[in-house]
Design a protein around this ligand. Structure first.
Ligand SMILES: [Ca+2]
Ligand SMILES: [Ca+2]
Ligand SMILES: [Ca+2]
Ligand SMILES: [Ca+2]
Length: 359
């Protein structure tokens, strides 16, 4: 831009004869376009210029960052007071869009982060992709950084290459982005990419001896982004049994001996449970990335009384929550236990033998 657009001076009686401008080192620079700097080499080395009024009109300023120029005008008699003029160039400003990404799904990096710059075009983008979880697919884009930086998951792309890059989801993590306007990097913007574990729901069930129920009627799971891939169920020794109906138990022999079954989602739909007493099954679902939380599901014989609500395993001296599936009110009692069958005050438990809990 012209210096005369940054500064102008008038004089009450005279014509302005000379202009002086101080351009600090760094950032932008003057282009004389034939104008003559009238000062000494020492002054010129300090970034100070003096021009005749006609030469001043020729000089332009080329921006390269923020700085403050200083101007003065001379009317043939004396210099006026200095006028400071700020030349500014803001760093790019980025905006991140936190996004849920399914396992194996792709999203453009440019949908996760974008940057704008007040004066310039964004030249470069930098992204840090932590180890694990999702990964970048360059699609022909070139990572401009050193091998060391690349090994740290740091990528830098030209703006046109940035537009090519995609991110493939495989769990939750936080990416970090920056943009460069040709002068400097803007502030880092963190962008969370999320993938939730499956959430399960159990249905406590009363089941007569010999009666069957689909496992899928005892437990179901949903996932926010993915399809449930696997189900795991633990069937304690004794009481009821699973009937596989052709489903394949994917667990190893050790887990199978512990009553742990794992099925594909389609096999899970085949499996039934045949009742033969009171027990609590335990379920989990896997979305291809990780297991969700465990859900306990109580199975009770008809008329056998209250069913322990889902919760931690019973221990001595613990307060246990009980619920009665035959009553409309969920929780009906809160009992402190000391050992099997004795309340903490020494009186007997008012429960049948089959409902006693021991450590
Ligand atoms: Ca300068
Ligand atoms: Ca800028
Ligand atoms: Ca990653
Ligand atoms: Ca998920």
């Amino acid at each position: 831009m012209d210096l005369s657009d940054l500064y102008s001076a008038t004089d009450a009686e005279d014509t302005v004869q000379y202009y002086r401008v101080t351009n600090p080192a760094g950032a932008g620079s003057l282009v004389l376009n034939g104008a003559v700097n009238m000062l000494t080499a020492t002054q010129q080395a300090q970034g100070i210029y003096q021009f005749t009024a006609s030469d001043f009109a020729k000089v332009t300023y080329t921006g390269n960052g923020s700085e403050t120029l200083s101007f003065m005008a001379h009317d043939g008699l004396r210099w006026n007071a200095a006028t400071n003029v700020a030349v500014t160039n803001a760093a790019p400003v980025g905006v991140g869009t936190p996004t849920a990404v399914a396992k194996g799904a792709s999203v453009d990096l440019s949908d996760l982060y974008s940057a704008t710059d007040a004066e310039d075009t964004v030249q470069y983008y930098r992204v840090t992709n932590p180890a694990g979880a999702g990964s970048l697919v360059l699609n022909g884009a070139v990572n401009m950084l050193t091998a060391t930086q690349q090994a740290q998951g740091v990528f830098q792309f030209t703006a046109s290459d940035f537009a090519k890059v995609t991110y493939t989801g495989n769990g939750s993590e936080t990416l970090s982005f920056m943009a460069h306007d040709g002068l400097r990097w803007g502030a880092a913007t963190n962008v969370a990419v999320t993938n939730a574990a499956p959430a399960g729901v159990g249905i406590p069930t009363t089941l007569a001896k010999g009666a069957s129920v689909d496992l899928s009627d005892l437990y179901s799971a949903t996932d926010a982004e993915d399809t449930v891939q696997y189900y795991r169920v633990t069937n304690p020794a004794g009481a009821g049994a699973l009937v596989l109906n052709g489903a394949v138990n994917l667990t190893n022999a050790t887990l199978q001996a512990q009553g742990v079954f794992q099925f594909t989602a389609s096999d899970f739909a085949k499996v039934t449970y045949r009742g033969n007493g009171n027990e609590t099954l335990s379920f989990m679902a896997h979305d291809g990335i990780r297991w969700g939380a465990t859900t306990n599901v109580a199975i009770r014989l008809p008329g056998s009384g209250p069913v322990a609500a889902a919760g931690p395993a019973p221990v001595a001296n613990a307060a246990l929550l009980w619920s009665d599936p035959n009553a409309d009110q969920g929780l009906v009692a809160l009992m402190p236990l000391v050992g099997a069958g004795t309340l903490s005050d020494g009186t007997d438990l008012l429960l049948g033998t089959d409902q006693r809990l021991s450590a």
